[in-house]
Design a protein around this ligand. Structure first.
Ligand code: PEP
Ligand code: MN
Length: 338
């Protein structure tokens, strides 16, 4: 349920609404908008007395929200969510590029790519220290040692770090280094992990599960936001279909659908989406044309030697060429790459 209140409602007015809903086991989440104050009511709202609510001072409307997700919905919060990270903001009119290797592999590798990206003006670097691999025999990441290397490059080049959290046991060390915590496709429905990252209050990049629907993705985001953490970025990264030529099928339908359903920023990862390096730029361009707020792209100094996802990784030279094209496209879209 959504309760709209006049913009100049006092904290007592808001408190009166909270006092009305709480005895029914419901919770009111205050969202300040530009037109009004919205209270998103979560919990089982069936027994709430709409007329009582309507008669409270400051209340202008009471709306039943038919969607299963509430706090992430555009209906609850019409304005785009902007996530402030240091001097940078994700969401809004700027397009953010997160680039970097699939995994941290060595000191040389991560320093080399960090320098290249910083010189290209990239502000957010991705790299996994803990890697979710389909095979238990595949490279599992450099783990804590990888996090320490990320911390070093962060200091050296001023890059903001995006890295994956696989297991709640690593949350403290990941939090130390990450500016954005990545929750991978395989963990999209690990609900206790979602609640845990929600409680940190930190920015979270939530990737769509391999066979998750758009609604599943939004409901997973709701787990994080319901911990009062609105700093969530959604990331389409391709889904499993019958098509076997490409690694996944990048569902670009999800971009305009998500943009209208939710106020959260929407990113696309074309690297995992198609899985073939020379086809990545086409899908990156298509993602921006579809209205994405940012991209996550895999770039490696020597893709042939990568310990994970080399085949879908761009060389620095190819990444640079793609970036120039994206800048031109962003202008056509009346946006800017930051
Ligand atoms: C990754 O970003 O390297 C990754 C493992 O992605 P996903 O969770 O989307 O498979
Ligand atoms: Mn990868």
């Amino acid at each position: 349920m959504l309760i709209l209140m006049e913009l100049n409602s006092t904290s007592e007015d808001v408190k009166r609404v909270k006092t009305e809903v709480e005895p029914y086991g419901c919770k009111a989440h205050k969202i300040e908008g530009t037109q009004n104050i919205a209270l998103g009511i979560t919990g089982n709202t069936t027994n709430l007395k709409e007329d009582n609510l309507r008669n409270l001072k400051g209340v202008t409307d009471v709306i039943r929200v038919s969607r299963k997700y509430k706090l992430v919905s555009r209906m609850m919060k019409p304005d785009d969510t902007k996530i402030e990270i240091g001097n940078d903001a994700i969401g809004g009119n700027e397009i953010t590029i997160i680039a970097g290797p699939c995994s941290v592999e060595s000191r040389d590798q991560i320093f080399q790519i960090a320098e290249t990206l910083a010189n290209l003006g990239i502000k957010f670097m991705r790299a996994g220290a803990y890697k979710p691999r389909s095979s238990p025999y595949a490279f599992q990441g450099m783990k804590e040692e990888g996090l320490l290397l990320l911390d070093e490059v962060k200091r050296e080049f001023g890059l903001k770090i995006v890295t994956e959290l696989l297991n709640p046991a690593h949350i403290d060390s990941v939090k130390e280094v990450a500016d954005i915590i990545q929750i991978g496709a395989r963990n999209m429905q690990n609900f206790s992990l979602l609640e845990e990252v929600g409680r940190t209050g930190m920015p979270v990049l939530l990737k769509r599960g391999l066979s998750a629907t758009i609604e599943d993705l939004l409901l997973s985001a709701e787990y994080i936001v319901s911990q009062n953490n609105y700093n969530v970025i959604l990331c389409e990264r391709g889904i499993r279909t019958f098509e076997s030529f490409t690694r996944n099928t990048l569902d670009l339908n999800a971009v305009p659908v998500l943009k209208s359903e939710t106020h959260l920023p929407v990113f696309v990862d074309p690297s995992h989406g198609i899985g073939i390096w020379d086809k990545v730029p086409a899908m990156a361009m298509a993602s921006i044309a579809a209205g994405a707020d940012g991209l996550m792209v895999e770039v490696h100094p020597f893709p042939q030697a990568a310990l994970s996802d080399g085949y879908q990784s761009l060389t620095p030279k190819n990444f640079h060429a793609m970036l120039e094209k994206l800048k031109t496209l962003a202008e056509i879209m009346e946006r800017r790459i930051n």
